[in-house]
Design a protein around this ligand. Structure first.
Ligand SMILES: [Fe+2]
Length: 214
């Protein structure tokens, strides 16, 4: 079964004014679609891998044959990252976190504002393209990390609770080179219900969110 591009859970314009419709269309129909297509192409050479979920592939890249390992790393990464990204945003999102993720943020980072500052700062400092994440060893403590390119925390044995895309393609049409402004505005879109669902999976000790199986 081939990997498939999940539909956006809302209209292209739904995240205006924080993310513009043109960026969403390009990002989903262009970039994300290409990751899925390139992943399927890479796996054609190794049909045995076609039954594995994209997250499972990322958790054990060493067992992916060398001739397609980089392609799988980048494209399964791009697919898994973006599948999460669309879901952890929503129109009229944002506000203060609630539920178990709010307690975890308070416990680890003191308060939401300090946490946001640290997260945004890490995202602003990520050199070139990449992601800023809240991740951790399953069932363990949360930390803020960054990854280059489309690398996902799963490849380091960490569970990605949520993250923000700091590739230029995620913000350039609206914010140009002002990545910190995009990082600050992004919190207006955050879907805390979905993040709480992911956090509960993390807390239960599962190794992956299992959202981008195919
Ligand atoms: Fe992206």
């Amino acid at each position: 079964m081939a990997h498939e591009l999940p539909p956006l859970p809302y209209d292209y314009s739904a995240l205006e004014p924080f993310i513009d419709a043109q960026t969403m269309k390009l990002h989903h129909d262009g970039h994300h679609a290409a990751y899925v297509k390139n992943l399927n192409t890479a796996l054609e050479k190794h049909p045995k891998l076609q039954s594995q979920g994209a997250e499972e592939l990322l958790r054990d890249l060493n067992s992916v044959p060398e001739d397609v390992r980089t392609a799988v790393r980048n494209n399964a990464g791009g697919h898994v990252n973006h599948t999460m990204f669309w879901k952890i945003m929503k129109p009229k999102g944002g506000g203060d976190p609630h539920g178990p993720i709010a307690d975890a943020i308070k416990k680890v980072f003191g308060n939401f504002n300090d946490f946001k500052t640290k997260f945004n700062d890490a995202g602003a400092k990520q050199f070139g393209s990449g992601w800023v994440w809240v991740a951790g060893k399953s069932g363990g403590e949360l930390q803020i990390i960054t990854t280059p390119n489309q690398d996902n925390p799963l490849a380091q044995g960490l569970f990605p609770v949520f993250g923000n895309d700091v590739w230029e393609h995620a913000y350039y049409l609206k914010y140009n080179n002002r990545r910190p402004e995009y990082l600050a505005a992004w919190w207006n879109l955050v879907n805390w219900e979905e993040i709480n669902r992911r956090y509960e999976t993390f807390k239960s000790g599962k190794l992956e969110p299992a959202l981008a199986a195919h």
